[in-house]
Design a protein around this ligand. Structure first.
Ligand SMILES: C[S@@+](CC[C@H](N)C(=O)[O-])C[C@H]1O[C@@H](n2cnc3c(N)ncnc32)[C@H](O)[C@@H]1O
Length: 176
């Protein structure tokens, strides 16, 4: 299992339990401080089958077909080149593997000013794209059977008054 943008590593540590001692959970994050924290959390909990690497989602240091499952929670909105991040997720998945992504999506196009606002980026607002764009990017990267598993209104406490939703999506890398 690979977690894209693993932060403090909590999903990776839970997944490491789920995959069992012969499986492996790998967290990828571009922020070295978060990777240090995640490694510390894994050590504190005695989790031996979790690994954390510093890298950008757009260039994953993992081989083709490495993972059964790729996860990501509240990260893709922060990635400037989402198309490349999804291509990389597709590359590291084995055929038939699945991608499960939770993220913030925008119900309406965001203004150019908002898209340039660093505060709105760090609040996970400025980089949000529409659900339709999400589906387009997934299909373009080669994913199939994309579907929404859950959705709810996202409350980012946002002073920009944009309409956002929190969505969990699943898509598959085709077998053939
Ligand atoms: C909002 S946090 C979410 C962390 C974790 N997934 C969670 O749910 O707790 C976003 C994380 O994504 C990482 N991140 C953002 N853009 C990234 C990129 N292009 N490549 C790798 N990591 C990225 C950040 O360093 C940060 O740790």
């Amino acid at each position: 299992m690979v977690d894209l943008g693993s932060g403090a590593g909590l999903e990776v540590l839970r997944a490491a339990q789920a995959v069992g001692p012969y499986g492996q959970a790998v967290g990828v994050d571009m922020t070295a401080e978060m990777v240090v924290l995640a490694r510390r959390n894994a050590a504190a909990l005695g989790v031996a089958n979790a690994r954390f690497v510093v890298a950008e989602l757009e260039s994953l240091p993992l081989p083709e077909g490495f993972a059964d499952v790729v996860l990501s929670n509240c990260v893709v909105n922060l990635v400037p080149d989402k198309a490349q991040a999804f291509r990389e997720a597709h590359r590291v998945l084995r055929p038939g593997g699945r991608l499960v992504v939770s993220d913030v999506v925008a119900d309406r196009p965001l203004s150019p000013e908002l898209r340039e606002d660093p505060r709105a980026w760090s609040a996970c607002v400025a980089g949000a794209v529409s659900l339709r764009e999400y589906f387009r990017l997934l299909a373009e990267a080669g994913f199939q059977a994309a579907e929404v598993l859950e959705e709810s209104r996202a409350d980012c406490g946002d002073p920009w008054r944009v309409s956002l939703r929190s969505v969990t999506l699943r898509a598959r890398k085709p077998l053939g």
